[in-house]
Design a protein around this ligand. Structure first.
Ligand code: ATP
Ligand code: MG
Length: 459
């Protein structure tokens, strides 16, 4: 049995620190979440970094509520290592700022506090609620405009849980008594392996269509199913993904690829019909059985990333557009030969391929609002990839290729392509062996230079 100091315990039903806005408007809400005592859940303080505990304890000792929230609680319950540990409190940003010298307030739309430690930043937010949907945003002309434009309203813990996206992402870990507080049935959904949107999917997906992508991402990442109502909601609102902000959408796409759960997620994006409006070019090149190698390529990519190898964003995005670019180049070559068998004369020369790829991907990059630098690196990776497919016969040209900036990106792309399609495997091996030889030679030269310098110093 646990005996806890009553002064230490802040049950979620008590509301000493609730904000004025909240108590004025919703006095009758009984905030009775499901509280799971410290002995009945698997979260241990040992899995929480020292700095995060420091932040939680200082808030708590200063009389505020201090909860760990969001993805970290989900991951700790599931025995996974969280990416980051977010803290939520009833202290307002200014109060938090005053409590921690090493902190600063960030964000304009919603103000958060970053507490900066040597090797870590802990983000502290104040409980907030969803904005009032009946009050239209001041400059909105569209009726029924559900998109959230202002969510800078403080709230209670219950409201804060309810404004989150999925039940599995809305649990709290209370530092006052080490309990888990679950207002939305997240624990049960974790146990059952379900991604379930909080509230009405029709409302929540219209408010923020990126949530549809996030549902898919969590299902793929955790190996969960998407709960039926949530799934139906995505089917109904899939076209609204086009209303989401382009940088957020591209960031979500990049995250799938960067973190190694792209295959399952893109499969689900095809199945739910989300990919078709979002990236119709790519959808058309991979739908049905059109590009079996693409799925293998994502599988190899996911494994590579999960094994800890760093793959640049340019390569990740190039993998995504690869089937489409291959299709378009083949179509162009077929057009040139007017239905004849493939021959040398109809092949595009590398100079033509370069111009062709740039013109092809430009509109897609613009639509996704990719940074100019990322687009440039992507063009370079793809162009160099096509260069590598026909290795120059003379050594000097080979050397020049290896020393060019995008060589590593193009080689990574060729590796993924060759391993999954079975095409150009020999070409890849040749380049790989050549690059290893060049690198070794380079290291030897650098080694001798260093040794010589050292000798000179001694003299
Ligand atoms: P990860 O492990 O990838 O960081 P996460 O669950 O922590 O996953 P974040 O994107 O870091 O996800 O967001 C933190 C938390 O904020 C989420 O767990 C969720 O509670 C809430 N959240 C994030 N995005 C949304 C959204 N679009 N709508 C509602 N709540 C959201
Ligand atoms: Mg997170």
């Amino acid at each position: 049995m646990e005996t806890s100091n009553p002064e230490e315990v802040l049950a979620p039903t008590r509301d000493e620190h609730s904000t004025d806005e909240m108590s004025a408007e919703e006095p009758s809400v009984v905030e009775a979440g499901n509280v799971i005592d410290r002995g009945d859940h698997s979260i241990s303080r040992r899995s929480i970094p020292e700095n995060v505990l420091k932040v939680l304890y200082r808030l708590h000792r200063s009389g505020y509520r201090a909860y760990l929230c969001g993805g970290s609680v989900r991951d700790l319950i599931m025995g996974r290592t969280p990416k980051d540990f977010d803290v939520v409190t009833d202290a307002h940003p200014g109060d938090v700022r005053r409590l921690f010298r090493n902190s600063r307030i960030i964000g304009r739309r919603f103000r958060l506090v970053h507490i900066i430690f040597q090797d870590q930043v802990v983000e502290v937010a104040t409980f907030r609620r969803e904005p009032d949907r009946n009050a239209p945003p001041p400059d909105s002309e569209v009726e029924e405009d559900f998109l959230i434009t202002d969510d800078n309203t403080f709230g209670s813990p219950l409201q804060d849980a309810r404004r989150r996206d999925f039940t599995i992402n809305a649990m709290f870990y209370n530092i006052a008594d080490f309990s888990v507080i679950d207002y939305v049935g997240g624990l049960e959904d974790i146990a059952e392996g379900r991604v379930r949107v909080i509230g009405d999917p029709d409302v929540r997906f219209r408010e923020d269509p990126v949530r549809m992508m996030r549902a898919i991402e969590f299902a793929s990442r955790l190996g969960f199913e998407i709960e039926a109502e949530t799934y139906q909601g995505i089917l109904r609102h899939r076209n609204e993904i086009l209303k989401a902000s382009a940088p957020r959408v591209s960031e979500e796409i990049l995250e799938l690829l960067r973190r190694g759960w792209s295959r399952g997620a893109i499969r689900l994006m095809v199945d739910t019909g989300l990919l078709e409006p979002l990236l119709p070019e790519i959808y058309n090149s991979i739908k049905g059985e059109r590009a079996p190698y693409f799925w293998k390529m994502l599988e190899v990519l996911d494994r590579t990333v999960q094994a800890g190898r760093k793959i640049s964003d340019a390569v990740l995005l190039s993998v995504l557009v690869m089937p489409w670019v291959v299709d378009e180049i083949e179509r162009e070559e077929a057009k040139r030969r007017g239905g004849d068998e493939p021959d040398e004369a109809s092949r595009m020369r590398i100079g033509e391929v370069i111009v062709f790829i740039r013109e092809l991907i430009q509109p897609l990059c613009a639509r996704l609002a990719l940074a100019a630098g990322t687009r440039h690196q992507m063009e370079q990776a793809l162009e160099t990839f096509w260069r590598l497919l026909e290795p120059p016969s003379d050594r000097r040209a080979q050397f020049r290729a290896v020393y060019r900036d995008p060589f590593n990106d193009a080689l990574a792309l060729l590796e993924l392509f060759a391993l999954s399609s079975g095409r150009y495997v020999d070409v890849f091996r040749q380049w790989q062996a050549f690059a290893v030889r060049v690198k070794r030679a380079q290291e030897e030269v650098e080694g001798t230079v260093k040794k010589r310098r050292r000798r000179r110093k001694r003299n």
